[in-house]
Design a protein around this ligand. Structure first.
Ligand code: ADP
Ligand code: MG
Length: 590
């Protein structure tokens, strides 16, 4: 193999000549330190290389060799509950070898090659198999049954398959194709920059339940859907992403910390093992894969981390699981793209971002979907993609927000004033939207309560009416409003404070089941409904405004899931108190 030579080093960009044997997108080893890089541009024999490790001290004349392989990830048992860096190096292992800071050129395989996993065949000798067919399973963690699938390019009749303990590189099955034998191992390698194939794309129609009321009730995302959370610094992007990673009812969660503070990933590493997944009763880490390329790590690997993450996610989707990936923040990914583009001296587009920003962002989100996977059992898998966006100053007219909003179907707009008032999650109910509303309504009405979507609309109408009434209040004061309008304002306030506000750090409030959301929604609406009835019957507004039961309404969110039946009692009491007011003739003081 011919060895190329470095001619220029510019930060994470290295240019090498004598690279005619290499191809664009090849992974290369740069200098005697064997830094990992990827060719992102080829001109004749000159390769421009994006280097995923620190390039300080590297200079012209040093060797560059291609591996002849595209940037790929290793897929097999051992992924779950591990934290990797942007190019899938296991961070824990690296730390053991190289200490606290990332030593360069440390070669640690992504998957442990020594551990033995217990493989249980599902297919048997004589079966005809092809790409995506399930050969057997490994109980990877208490909750993840890892399915071993026939890799790309292999089809034929199973000659041998055996139950037993194997490393990911040992042969678990031999597939005979005509006269040729294929040895199949548990580990596969997939290139990261290309979306994984599937048999058929389906319409994502089932909501991904997140336990976050403002999301599930008002702006749901579906399993296989796409969502973005743009918001200024401190508005709650990371907390929302953490909440989704904790509580979303996905079978596998891939969390990508991209260019944000390192301590946030440490937090995840410390918190998740202690949190019990309500669905499985086991620790959250048992279903989580972490990818960390935090702000202190090399910028180019930030660019790769999104692809590494989404490819791991696709792999689990292919097993027939519902998978969700969160990326915090895609703006840092775009900035890495911009930095490489400027070092390549490409023509800058809007705000210095390359012209291909929008198509790259689209290519990432388009890997979401609900699909029929490859394989003859026609299993269904879903991959939901949720990206945080950090527009400078919170102004979403900037290119990354705009490129993202053109693609995603759900927009959770974080609002700085709300965050400032400590209304969390600061998701604006007036700005946000979901294009999955119709599908989600159908599902909620069929699976939660036939009235759910009607109640959701009532609540949203009150919020919207409140917003225009507030305009009037600002101009002429609250006393000028009719009692009916004052009731609307109070009912909307209750929806905001008693329903939409949800404390991520409160033991009970952090997660609300759909059953709890449904009851709470009815409860806050019951105040409005009964209030209207009272006003019609001549009850003084003052009494309705100061009903003592409102205190209980405001505390219902803290009820443990097992006690949510008490919400029915609260609604009864609202009604009974109003009956009493009415029978008192509305003339007594509250
Ligand atoms: P960003 O990632 O947008 O910069 P963070 O997610 O770090 O913002 O949130 C900033 C702070 O806001 C958090 O440290 C927390 O105090 C508060 N916060 C955000 N969301 C919530 C929530 N749902 N419940 C309680 N506090 C929250
Ligand atoms: Mg953040």
């Amino acid at each position: 193999m011919k060895v190329g030579r470095i001619v220029k080093v510019s930060g994470p960009l290295v240019v090498a000549e004598g690279m005619e044997e290499a191809n664009i997108y090849d992974v290369v080893k740069v200098s005697d330190n064997k830094l990992i890089g990827e060719i992102i541009e080829m001109r004749n024999d000159e390769a421009s290389i994006q280097v995923y490790e620190e390039t300080t001290g590297i200079g012209p004349g040093e060797p560059v060799v291609t591996t002849g392989q595209p940037l790929s990830v290793e897929l097999g048992p051992g992924l779950v509950s591990t934290m990797f860096d942007g190019i899938q190096r296991p961070l824990e292992k690296i730390r053991e070898i190289a200490g606290d800071f990332l030593a360069r050129g440390v070669e640690v395989p992504a998957l442990d090659k020594e551990v033995k996993w217990h493989f249980t065949p599902v297919a048997k000798v004589g079966d005809e198999v092809g790409v995506g067919d399930i050969l057997g399973t490994v109980q990877e963690t208490k909750v993840v049954l890892h399915k071993i699938m026939v890799p790309d390019g292999i089809k034929g009749k199973i000659k041998t398959i055996e139950e037993g303990d194997f490393t990911v590189e040992e042969t678990v099955c031999v597939v005979a194709e005509d006269a040729k034998d294929h040895n199949v191992q548990m580990m596969q390698k997939w290139p990261v920059r290309k979306g994984r194939g599937y048999a058929k794309k389906l319409n994502p129609d089932e909501p991904l339940v997140t336990g976050q009321r403002v999301i599930d009730t008002f702006f749901p995302v579906t399993k296989g859907g796409t969502a973005a959370i743009p918001g200024p610094f401190g508005s709650g992007k990371t907390v929302v992403q953490h909440q989704l990673a904790k509580w979303a009812d996905a079978e596998i969660v891939v969390y990508v910390g991209c260019g944000e503070r390192g301590n946030e990933m440490t937090e995840v590493l410390n918190d998740f093992p202690k949190i019990i997944d309500p669905k499985t009763g086991e620790s959250l880490m048992e279903r989580t894969v972490l990818i960390a390329n935090t702000s202190n790590m090399p910028v180019a690997a930030r660019e790769a981390s999104l692809y590494t993450g989404v490819t791991v996610a696709e792999y689990f989707r292919d097993m027939g699981y519902s998978v969700a990936i969160m990326a915090d923040s895609t703006s840092r990914w775009a900035e890495a793209l911009r930095e490489m583009s400027s070092r390549l001296e490409e023509m800058p587009g809007d705000e210095g971002y390359p012209a291909y920003l929008a198509s790259r962002a689209a290519a990432f989100y388009e890997r979401a979907g609900k699909v029929i996977c490859l394989g003859k059992d026609e299993r269904e898998g879903a991959l939901t993609v949720i990206g945080a966006v950090s527009p400078p100053g919170g102004d979403i007219s900037e290119p990354v927000s705009q490129a993202t909003l053109r693609i995603v179907k759900v927009f959770w707009g974080l609002d700085a004033p709300l965050a400032y008032m400590r209304h969390f999650p600061a998701i604006s109910w007036l700005e946000s939207y979901t294009l999955y509303q119709t599908k989600a309504d159908e599902w909620m009405n069929a699976n939660v309560d036939p009235e759910f979507s009607a109640n959701r609309s009532k609540a949203m109408n009150l919020l919207q009416e409140e917003s225009s009434l507030q305009e009037i209040v600002r101009l002429v004061g609250r006393d000028s409003l009719s009692e009916g309008d004052q009731l609307k304002i109070e009912a909307a306030r209750s929806i905001r404070e008693d329903y939409l506000q949800q404390n991520a750090f409160h033991e009970e409030d952090t997660y609300a089941s759909l059953a709890k959301q449904n009851l709470m929604l009815k409860m806050v609406l019951s105040y409005y409904k009964e209030g209207l009835r009272g006003l019609e019957q001549g009850v003084y507004w003052d009494k309705i405004e100061n009903m003592s039961i409102r205190e209980k309404i405001s505390r219902a969110k803290y009820l443990p899931e097992k006690d949510i039946g008490q919400i029915n009692d609260i609604m009864e009491k609202v009604k009974k108190d109003m009956d009493d007011f009415i029978s008192e003739g509305g003339i007594l003081d509250a």
